[in-house]
Design a protein around this ligand. Structure first.
Ligand code: IMP
Length: 406
């Protein structure tokens, strides 16, 4: 029996999708425990590319049952669209392969609208995440179970009414066409209905029976509602603690995999000490094709921040690093990584020699230039956790294993 957890160690977009997909082939279950359709997981399988926002990445390959846990927020409209998208790509999708927790909260058109009214300054994905979690915390949210017990529509109308009053009286802005929103939502709710089940019992049974279970994090540790760069964060617990509350099952994770991009990116507003505003940043963006999978926004780019990663490692107790996008650093004269901050809070850098050789697609350590290996070794020493896996390109085969995963 093995329980794996894969989490982003930075501000999201570290390349979790590929690792989740690789692991999924060996898993009996893949569980998402937080977030909603704000995630953007890209999985490349052969010639086919899949971009998923809400459904766990395990759906693409293998036998795994995919669970959207109680800590998630579910937009039925996007869920239905994603099911159609997968069916079109000949992926098997049915209520045996995907389970939505009874206790997960619903994201409604009202939440998506309020996200735009309330959260512009955060630079959110506009997927209604903050307002949906806000309603959950203030105990006015709509759980998925309300679809089964028949109270969904009544709850939705009440929620819409409250938001309308707030928009008109406080924010003095127009409200959305609620009749149209209600119709769209009601249609997709019917499609979602067969997927709604008691996920806690289902995950617990799998863990007890000794199956392989993978917990798939979304976003990254620095976007965590408690541990991230508040208020420029998402509204869920993206770090390891969230996996327990968000799945409802105690799990002793054998492999705690931190996904670390070889440099840093961030989407949306908020602090980013190692951000590059010059042509080096532009080059990183181009090399790494750093544009958001959910919103298409260009990602902010900068050097690796080891000090920040150290904190992320304390929070998550990672015991295995999967490093991504090392190939995007080829061709730089030098590479920097922040190893500390000075008294003004500015990053203190260590400079590494660059390398000109292409490393895209490398499958063994011997294929990496010595400067590249030195950079990786330094990261490993600094964080005191082994870099077990180095991803050298988008395909599944583009990988170097320094330590076995299984
Ligand atoms: P929200 O999750 O849509 O509320 O957005 C809050 C912040 O998290 C914004 O800065 C978003 O850009 C960021 N964010 C949300 N999801 C992702 C993701 O999957 N990758 C990277 N950033 C994300």
């Amino acid at each position: 029996m093995s329980n794996y957890i894969v989490l982003g160690a930075q501000w999201g977009d570290e390349g979790k999708g590929k690792i989740v997909d690789m692991l999924s082939a060996e898993m009996d279950m893949v569980v998402r425990f937080q977030g909603g359709a704000n995630a953007g997981h890209t999985v490349i399988c052969g010639d086919e590319k899949y971009v998923l926002h809400l459904i766990p990445g395990g759906i693409v390959s293998g036998k795994a049952v995919n669970v959207i846990g109680n800590g998630c927020v579910v937009d039925p409209v996007i869920f239905s669209e994603e099911v159609d998208y997968l069916l079109k790509k000949n992926v098997v999708v049915n209520p045996d392969k995907i389970i939505i927790s009874l206790q997960a909260h619903m994201v409604t058109p009202v939440h998506k609208y309020m996200d735009k009214v309330l959260n512009k300054h955060i630079g959110t994905t506009g997927r209604g995440i903050g307002p949906a979690y806000g309603d959950k915390i203030t105990r006015t949210g709509i759980r998925m179970e309300s679809v089964l017990d028949g109270t969904f529509l009544e709850r939705f109308c009440k929620q819409a009414d409250n938001a309308r009053i707030l928009c008109e009286r406080v924010y003095q802005t127009e409200f959305l066409d609620i009749k149209q929103a209600e119709q769209e939502l009601a249609e997709s709710v019917e499609r979602v209905r067969p997927f709604i089940k008691d996920s806690v019992e289902i995950i617990s049974a799998m863990v007890k029976s000794g199956g392989n279970v993978l917990f798939e994090g979304a976003q990254g540790t620095l976007l965590d509602i408690d541990h991230g760069t508040y208020p420029f964060v998402t509204s869920s617990s993206t770090s390891i603690g969230g996996a327990l509350t968000g799945s409802g099952v105690f799990v002793d994770f054998n492999k705690r995999i931190g996904i670390v991009k070889a440099y840093t990116t961030r989407v949306g507003e908020g602090p980013f000490p190692t951000e590059l505003f010059d042509e080096t940043g532009e080059r990183l963006r181009k090399n790494g094709n750093e544009f958001g999978a959910t919103t298409g926004r260009p990602r902010r780019c900068g050097w690796l921040d080891l000090k920040q990663l150290q904190r992320s490692f304390i929070i998550n107790g990672f015991n295995y690093i999967s490093m991504s996008k090392i190939s995007c650093l080829s061709g730089f004269d030098y590479i920097k990584a922040a190893v500390d901050y000075d008294v003004q809070g500015k990053p203190v850098y260590k400079t590494f020699g660059g390398w000109s050789e292409e490393v895209e697609g490398a499958t063994s350590l011997e294929q990496l230039p010595s400067a590249c290996k030195e950079y990786i070794d330094f990261i490993e020493d600094y964080l005191n956790v082994p870099v077990g896996m180095i991803s050298t390109g988008p395909d599944r085969e583009h990988i170097i294993f320094k330590q076995p995963l299984f």
